[in-house]
Design a protein around this ligand. Structure first.
Ligand code: ADP
Length: 269
């Protein structure tokens, strides 16, 4: 099972938001997508999920054009965790996670034993079983995020696409959530694509990193191939030093502040 995009383009107006990007995600793979704000990451994710139609190129899910598949059929295979998973009604946690079963349930049929088992397993994996009866309005941001991820898992997807799932979370929550995704890719054979601004976290967890800039894919490869001083300077306009992580073998980025440079000082004075 694969999710493949070939030479896709997307324009909201004249300037392409995604420009001739190809990307492939296999079952069990973990890809982190990086790039500055406005570089096209969210647009790319929506195209991969079939919610935006590219103006050129194609997306294939298991070698079938995603455009020819129904939303229900796509949702049986791909789950998306959007940036803002805000639920505007006071549903309980259990009700929200159960919504993830929708693509698998027959019309007007109640939930089956299997649906209930899958939902409780999703809550267990994300550590929210104790919150099952709690209203979504009475949760912390980190807890809400876990519920939205549990809802995605309840879809039993082959691919999980996540848009900055760890932003606004403390380091403990960040690592906890990324550990869950890594286990899902490794042991449940789910293809994971995570959009992230945290280059170090992306390096620690991603088998592959994809770097976007101004809608184009500028690099695609292992963390060591992508997190170089040259690429970081070109894409983010930052000075960085790269070191090996002392515990696990992966590059870690240390940014060099610019406050000693005359230009920053003269801007203020
Ligand atoms: P990223 O996720 O990397 O921040 P996006 O995919 O959100 O980038 O945006 C890529 C570009 O498309 C940006 O220039 C953004 O302003 C523009 N864009 C995104 N959404 C819309 C929209 N709904 N209408 C018009 N322009 C948009």
């Amino acid at each position: 099972m694969r999710l493949d995009a070939f030479s896709i383009c997307y324009k909201y107006d004249i300037i392409p938001a995604v420009d001739d990007v190809s990307i492939s995600l296999g079952r069990g793979e973990f890809i982190s997508v990086l790039g500055p704000n406005g570089s096209g990451k969210t647009t790319l994710l929506r195209i991969l999920a079939g919610t935006l139609e590219p103006c050129a190129g194609k997306v294939l899910l298991d070698n079938r054009s995603i455009r020819k598949m129904s939303p229900r059929s796509i949702a049986q295979r791909i789950a998306v965790v959007p940036q803002n998973g805000y639920i505007p009604f006071p549903f309980s946690v259990l009700e929200v996670v159960m919504m993830g079963r929708e693509p698998h349930m027959r019309r007007f049929a109640g939930e089956s034993r299997h649906d209930i088992d899958v939902v409780f397993q999703a809550m267990k994996i994300t550590g929210i079983t104790h919150l099952a009866k709690r209203s979504m309005f009475d949760l912390s941001f980190g807890e809400r995020q876990r519920v939205i991820i549990a809802r995605a898992l309840a879809q039993e997807p082959g691919f999980l696409l996540l848009d900055e799932p760890t932003s606004h979370l403390d380091p403990g929550y960040q690592m906890g959530i990324m550990d869950i995704f890594k286990s899902l890719s490794r042991y449940e054979n789910i293809g994971i694509l995570v959009i992230s601004h945290d280059v170090n976290l992306a390096s620690q967890y991603g088998d592959r990193l994809v770097m976007l800039n101004k809608g184009k894919k500028v690099a695609d490869g292992s963390p060591w191939e992508i997190l170089t001083e040259e690429i970081l300077e070109e894409v983010y306009k930052v000075k960085a030093v790269i070191k090996n992580h002392p515990v696990i073998d992966c590059p870690q980025v240390m940014l060099v502040p610019g406050f000693d440079e005359g230009s920053a000082k003269s801007n203020i004075l």
